[in-house]
Design a protein around this ligand. Structure first.
Ligand SMILES: Nc1ncnc2c1ncn2[C@@H]1O[C@H](COP(=O)(O)OP(=O)(O)OP(=O)(O)O)[C@@H](O)[C@H]1O
Ligand SMILES: [Mg+2]
Length: 284
């Protein structure tokens, strides 16, 4: 049984100029111990589809799907309170914008401990010890002192690492990592990716890795979904995708990798590949 199974997910926002379909029929499965990468240009609905899975979209979003199950439970039928018990515990997300997801009014320590208190009912001493351990895991120096800091006292990269600590605090069964390393420098990027892969191996965690970085895809993913304009353009295991990409969009994405540069220029990707999009049924 898949850990997460989605069929025909559609997300429509009510906007001043009428409804806007950000996700248009996406289907996917993630199993335990599996890493699924989702790639695609900015605005292709990667974050919105995963926020829909987490149940964290604003009220202006209308979410429908033929199937949306997590660990055998129908997410579309769960009550608000039942869903809150899962989200942040068994299913967690590293959000794309760390500064916006941490609460500026509370210390970093409080925000990490809060998750442990709510979901695992840990006592104070255990929570504190685990919070220090988590900050250490994500590579924050002097973790004991850092617990008392507020998000504005930390850099963007450090906030991102705190958010990662919160996301992995309860050893989730499924972790959705939305561009988890973009605000980090290269050595920390590697450290965080290694940590995620270690957790994935040790706890049998399923991992959805949203990224623009094809190097990260090559290094981490088992399977890849290429998304475009709210639709799935291509899905393949990672080797096949790199060796024999089917869609022109994927080919263009791969040819834009630095190692494929011709001379000192990188090829660009046309914003809208009309023929292919039409073939995939994407309306322009
Ligand atoms: N609250 C909202 N109201 C209306 N439209 C929204 C809202 N949130 C997102 N969108 C739109 O939905 C589309 C998909 O956005 P999404 O954030 O999922 O893109 P993405 O693939 O994650 O892009 P990026 O790679 O830049 O993170 C975009 O056109 C975006 O403007
Ligand atoms: Mg996004």
């Amino acid at each position: 049984m898949a850990l997460l199974e989605i069929e025909n997910l559609v997300v429509e926002f009510q906007t001043a100029s009428g409804p806007f379909r950000a996700v248009d029929g996406v289907s996917l499965k993630v199993h335990e111990r599996e890493v699924l990468a989702i790639v695609g240009e900015s605005g292709s609905g990667k974050s919105v589809s995963m926020l829909a899975v987490m149940g964290l979209l604003p009220w202006t979003a209308k979410v429908t799907a033929d199937t949306m199950t997590f660990n055998g439970r129908d997410l579309l039928k769960l009550s608000h309170s039942e869903r809150r018990k899962i989200v942040g515990k068994d299913m967690a997300m590293i959000f794309q914008e760390p500064m916006a997801s941490l609460n500026p009014c509370f210390t970093v320590g409080f925000q990490i401990e809060e998750v442990l208190r709510i979901h695992l009912n840990m006592d104070r001493a255990k929570r504190r010890a685990r919070a220090i351990e988590l900050l250490q895991l994500v590579g924050i120096p002097d973790p004991r002192d850092r617990l008392g800091h507020y998000p504005h006292q930390m850099s963007g990269g450090q906030c991102q690492r705190v958010m990662i600590a919160i996301a992995i605090a309860c050893n989730p069964k499924l972790l959705i990592a939305d561009e988890p390393t973009t605000a980090l420098d290269v050595t920390i990027q590697k450290q965080i990716l290694d940590l995620l892969m270690k957790l994935q191996a040790e706890h049998g965690m399923g991992l959805i890795m949203i990224t623009h970085n094809m190097g990260v895809v090559a290094e981490t993913a088992d399977r890849v979904i290429v998304q475009y304009k709210g639709r799935k353009m291509e899905e393949a295991d990672v080797l096949s995708l790199f060796e024999s990409p089917k869609s022109n969009y994927t080919k263009a994405l791969l040819s834009a990798l630095p190692e494929n540069a011709v001379g000192d220029r990188l090829p660009t990707i046309a914003g809208f590949m009309a023929d292919e999009a039409a073939a995939a049924g994407v309306a322009s």
